[in-house]
Design a protein around this ligand. Structure first.
Ligand code: AMP
Length: 211
């Protein structure tokens, strides 16, 4: 099953993607995570992406398409994948369509997560992540210990107020048009109310899955 998760920054795509990946037994492909790992490892990809990511801008489509192709062609994704934050521009949507066509696989669902902007800003500005295992937390201070691995919680550079403002503007300008594009393309599209706790939202996700 190939499922695309769409939605603005802070809406909880990553949290829901992890739950869904576990529920369906297929991998989560999160381009943001792949890029952050490349930054930590200091690879050429990471060095090129870091400044763009810190500002909250999008990395070029060809870079994303490369990551997407490799992930979908890997044996881990033979039964499917949850694409989390992967399709952020119309050219990326077109690129994914071509890749799936070549692989002979359908797009099973596009789940669009929605929440009011003030809720997104509140979530992003109170988010910290573990600098070791990358688990995200809401409302726990930077410097405290990760409950999973004991690592140190830090604030993502792109969760600082200026980058958050830019990410929301970038979303409106470059990603929101993807919604109409998918609708026009007749994709299996469902909107999901992302206000509420992770388990409550996940129940709506499971209900929205194709039978
Ligand atoms: P995320 O973790 O999904 O919020 O992504 C963090 C950052 O990685 C984004 O603000 C972009 O700079 C970059 N990024 C992740 N996915 C994409 C994508 N599909 N297209 C362009 N840039 C991306």
């Amino acid at each position: 099953m190939i499922i695309v998760l769409l939605g603005p920054p802070g809406v909880g795509k990553g949290t829901q993607a992890k739950k869904l990946a576990e529920h369906l037994g297929i991998p989560q492909v999160a381009t943001g995570d792949v890029l952050r790992a490349a930054v930590r490892e200091g690879t050429a990809l990471g060095l090129a992406a870091k400044t763009v990511m810190d500002r909250g801008d999008l990395v070029p489509d060809d870079v994303i398409l490369g990551i997407m192709k490799e992930a979908l062609a890997s044996p881990a994704a033979s039964r499917g994948a949850i694409l989390d934050g992967v399709v952020r521009t119309v050219p990326q949507g077109e690129g994914l369509k071509r890749v799936l066509h070549k692989l002979g696989r359908p797009l099973d669902a596009v789940l669009m997560f929605e929440a009011p902007t003030d809720e997104l800003v509140r979530r992003l500005s109170s988010r910290t992540v573990c600098d070791s295992c990358q688990t995200p937390y809401t409302g726990r201070e930077p410097g405290s210990a990760c409950q999973k691995c004991g690592g140190r919680l830090v604030r993502r550079k792109d969760d600082e107020p200026e980058a958050v403002r830019n990410r929301l503007a970038v979303y409106e300008r470059q990603t929101a048009p993807v919604i109409d594009w998918y609708r026009r393309n007749g994709a299996p599209f469902t909107s999901i109310d992302a206000v509420g706790g992770p388990d409550e939202v996940f129940r709506r996700v499971v209900q929205a899955l194709p039978q």
